[in-house]
Design a protein. Sequence first.
Length: 347
Amino acid sequence: MAQVRDELGPGARIISAERVRSGGVAGFFARERFELTVDVPEPPAARPRARRAPMAPAAGIEALLDAADASDALPDGSTAEVGPGPTGPTVSTGDPSFAAILDQMRSMAGTPEPADIEIPAPAPEDPLRVALRTLGVPDRLLGGEPLTLPSVLARVPAAPVAPRGAGQVIAVVGTQEDVDAVALLLAERLRLERSAVVATGARAGRSTGLARAAGAHELSTWRERATLAPHPGIVAIAVGPDPADRADAAALLRAARADQVWAVVDARTKTVDAATWMAQVGGEGGVDAVAVRGLFDTAQPGTVLDLGVPVAWVDGVPATTVAWAAALGQALGPAGEAPRGARGIAG
């Protein structure tokens, strides 16, 4: 068989084989051979190959198309026919049947149960921070860890120092009773005579014995004389309850040309109301410092720290760290916690 394949090719196959004997005497000494019938298949016809002609430089799109047709031509000049593409089924992941198959596979596999995720409980908030926030202390003063009352008091803005130079003027605005009390106490602290204080604004009832300036014109005249004095001067501007009184107070402030403006604010007033009142009275120049009254009579002494203006005095006492520690410490109580009835009123 190996000899047949070597001589006739690997496709040859033996159809039949016969043994033939010839010659010999009485069956002896005869020659023996085998005759084989072999089937040799016809060799497959070679497919014609397209010959590529050397490409000449194309002068335009028509020349390129002609060159492409020439490269596709067969040796006899004809063009090879292109048979139809495969007619078998096509598979697309966008086909609805494909999505249905996926759904069946998911249902057979089953949907895994979601894993239990343990959410840690939030850390308890610092009791001191909670208590101070309840007292109205602004959040901007409650940062940092660990939180202590001295660290909070260290962040309280310091009030500007009252001017003491010759010819300088401090203007105090507020209700008549409050403004006269603060102006006289300020004169005492600055070691000034009562004659250094002038009263103006919306006034009624009894007189405090202070010099009076009836309006903006008289106040402007007093200001010119105060400039020549060897000591500072104080002007007490009383503000009435009506919006028109606030506008009048702002006009008097402009006439006073004060070097510093103090506003007397009741700590029991809502922060938003007090800030609005100061903006209307202070006018374009604004207010430089606040003298707070009634701080020890409110459950929320910290709200005045959210006025946006430094606190200079607390019930007639300079607003030092010691004064604030006393006010907040009294509100916190011995256990360091705010009273349960205290509620925020700021804003």
